[in-house]
Design a protein around this ligand. Structure first.
Ligand SMILES: N[C@@H](CCC(=O)N[C@@H](CS)C(=O)NCC(=O)O)C(=O)O
Length: 250
C-alpha cells in the first residue's frame, strides 16, 4: 500500500526527471504527476516558473511540516528533501552524519556537478548543435568517458554492487538515468564492465522500472545510431528555438 502524501511531481522521462520518479517508487510514496512537454516549452510558462524559477524539470510541490505549500527544484535537492522527510527507516539513505551519509553526498554532488553537465553537453554537441564542432564533441565525450571510468573503478571495489555500503541509495538513483542514456552521448559501456553490471542490477528492480516509465513508458530496446540520429533531428529544432528564446531575454 503506497504511503499517502501531497507530493506533486512535474516531470518528463529524461535522465534528470526519472531520478525523482524512481526514488518515489522505491520509497513507495503516493504522488500526483503532471507531465511537462519540453518541446512546447511548458517549463517556461509562468505557472511553472513559480515552482521552478530555473524553467527546467524536474520539480515537486508538497505540503511542508508547517502545513503550507513548499516547492523543491533541482533534482539533487529533491532527492535530499525526499529522503530526509520520507525515508526515516533509511531504506535508500543513511543516518545524517554517518560515514555512508557523506559518501552518498560525494556521489550525489559528483553527478550533479560532473556527470550530468558533462554528459548533457556531450549530448548537445553530438546531437543538437546546428553545426558539427569536433572540439566540442571530443571535449565533452572524453570528459564523460573519464567520469564513467571513475565510476567503473569505484564499482569494481563494491561488494554489494551499489555505490555506497550495502544498499541502493540516492547516489545510484541520481546516476542511473544518465548511464542508461549512454548511447545518446556516444559512450559505449563495453569499456566499463562494472558500470554495465551495475546498470543491469538497478534496471532489474521493479521500482526502478516503474520510475523509468513516468510519465510515459520508455523505449526498452537499444536504438541503432541511425534511429538515435532520427530522434535527434526531430529534437534539434525545439532545442535550438528554446535556446534562441532564452538568448533574447538575457
Ligand atoms: N540541474 C538541473 C537540470 C535540469 C535540466 O536540465 N532539465 C532538463 C531535462 S533533463 C530540462 O528541463 N530541459 C528543458 C530546457 O532546457 O528548456 C536538475 O538536476 O534538476
Amino acid at each position: 500500500m503506497p504511503t499517502k502524501t501531497d507530493i506533486h511531481l512535474y516531470t518528463t522521462g529524461t535522465p534528470n526527471g526519472v531520478k525523482v520518479s524512481i526514488l518515489l517508487e522505491e520509497l513507495g510514496l503516493e504522488y500526483k504527476t503532471t507531465p511537462i512537454t519540453l518541446s512546447k516549452n511548458t517549463q517556461k510558462e509562468p505557472w511553472f516558473l513559480a515552482i521552478n524559477p530555473n524553467g527546467r524539470i524536474p520539480a515537486i510541490t508538497d505540503t511542508f511540516t508547517d502545513g503550507k505549500p513548499i516547492r523543491i527544484f533541482e533534482s539533487g535537492s529533491i532527492l535530499q528533501y525526499l529522503v530526509e522527510r520520507y525515508d526515516k527507516d533509511h531504506k535508500v539513505s543513511y543516518p545524517y552524519g554517518s560515514r555512508e551519509y557523506w559518501e552518498v553526498n560525494n556521489w550525489l554532488h559528483w553527478q550533479m556537478g560532473g556527470l550530468g553537465p558533462m554528459q548533457g553537453q556531450a549530448n548537445h554537441f553530438k546531437r543538437y548543435a546546428p553545426e558539427h564542432i569536433q572540439y566540442g564533441v571530443d571535449r565533452y565525450t572524453n570528459e564523460t568517458r573519464r567520469l564513467y571510468r571513475v565510476l567503473d573503478t569505484h564499482l569494481e571495489k563494491s561488494t554489494s554492487g551499489f555505490l555506497v555500503g550495502d544498499r541502493l541509495t540516492i547516489a545510484d538513483i541520481a546516476i542511473v538515468g544518465w548511464v542508461n542514456a549512454h548511447d545518446w552521448a556516444g559512450v559505449s559501456l563495453d569499456e566499463f564492465p562494472n558500470v554495465a553490471a551495475w546498470l543491469a542490477k538497478l534496471k532489474a528492480r521493479e521500482a526502478v522500472q516503474r520510475g523509468f516509465d513516468i510519465p510515459t513508458p520508455q523505449n526498452k530496446k537499444p536504438l541503432s545510431e541511425e534511429e538515435l540520429e532520427k530522434i535527434a533531428a526531430q529534437t534539434r529544432s525545439w532545442v535550438q528555438s528554446g535556446m534562441a528564446e532564452d538568448a533574447k531575454k538575457a
